[in-house]
Design a protein around this ligand. Sequence first.
Ligand SMILES: *Cc1c(COP(=O)(O)O)cnc(C)c1O
Length: 435
Amino acid sequence: MNSTLVSECLQVNAAGHLTIGGCDTVELARKYGTPLYVMDESSIRTALRDYKRSIDENYENGGMVAYASKACCFQELYRIVMQEGCGADVVSGGELYTAMRVGFPAERLYFHGNNKSEAELRMALEYGVGRIVVDNLTELAQLSKISQEMGKTAAIFLRITPGIDAHTHSFVRTGQIDSKFGITLENGDAMKAVRRALETPGVELKGLHCHIGSQIFDEEPFIHAAETMLNFMTQIRDETGIVLTQLNLGGGFGIRYTEDDHPKAYGEYMKLVSGALHKRAKALHMPVPYLIIEPGRSVVASAGITLYTVGAVKDIPGIRTYVSIDGGMPDNPRYALYQAAYTAVVANKAAQPADRIYTISGRCCESGDLIQEHTPLQECEHGDILAVLATGAYNYSMSSNYNRLPRPAIVMVRDGQARIVVKAETYEDLNRNDL
Ligand SMILES: *Cc1c(COP(=O)(O)O)cnc(C)c1O
């Protein structure tokens, strides 16, 4: 792999063009138009398989990989996840509905969210979602009422905030008490919530959940979270006599956006976490929990790129050179939101040195509509095809119609073949609901 291309599925062909999954990106841009999302199917399947294998090999009581849909959600992706024998995490009625549209096995779904609506809770119970991950006591009461009305018992996890701040790398415990998600462990709220759940009719507490953050490169925060949760499960056993046997550790595994990112192989995290968890379980005379992980970004980010056509190139001497593209914050808001780092390549000149510095600007009426500032690129000219790499996660799923721009199509590539999996929106689509 050419390391500046950051993802395994990307190469440069004899014509000097960037390829993804064996397809020439310049031809994809010509055939399908730009902007265009492109995703490599093999990369997605490989990531899911690696995670699945790491669980099958490392956990004596098994577990499940539940793809976090919010990273990227469309029907064909659910089909792929389903075919790989994985589950999924959904956070809204919309994601749940999309999964059900392709016949996703509801029992493999985990329903998250800190403020699920009554309609969504009903929908989850009607479909028979595997686990509703209850975020707070208000939701617990609401769910109890709804499930009793419906004559059902909701299988639940409680979302716990274990007090681990993965981003500072220093386990600043108080940092995470201030979170809109979950029930705090530190101050005893979590134990109270467990007791409440155990005596609440219409729900059955099956296990616990935590999710400590995203784009994490170290295994230590995951190990720390796993141990903290197992300690809490032991405390629950000791104080209530109930042995919970399922633990969902969420997602958050880091990926390579630029040459400076060095994520571990996914299996490595699991091996290290598993080692620590098995050891702790034996010491505490607890069963090793059935383990669920919820990778989102690390399943799809590296599989995706976005292709654009270069319009104007504007040099402001002594300041910077802007390259304007035919997309921007509506298809990728991550730089505008939090200065996310990306690698970009001029796809039709990918074999040439990236020896110029540009600021990539979108086409919206908003000065902050940038994709990357002061980034190295091959010399840009009007009509070039620009590829932004590792855009498979939190791009399409965060996209908008700002400036009344239709969302681009998603093309899935595999072994040199391309197919549209999500059609581009049309102007008519944009007007569909207007009265
Ligand atoms: C966002 C989220 C994930 C996925 O996180 P990634 O960083 O994309 O892997 C998993 N579980 C929950 C509950 C989440 O909110």
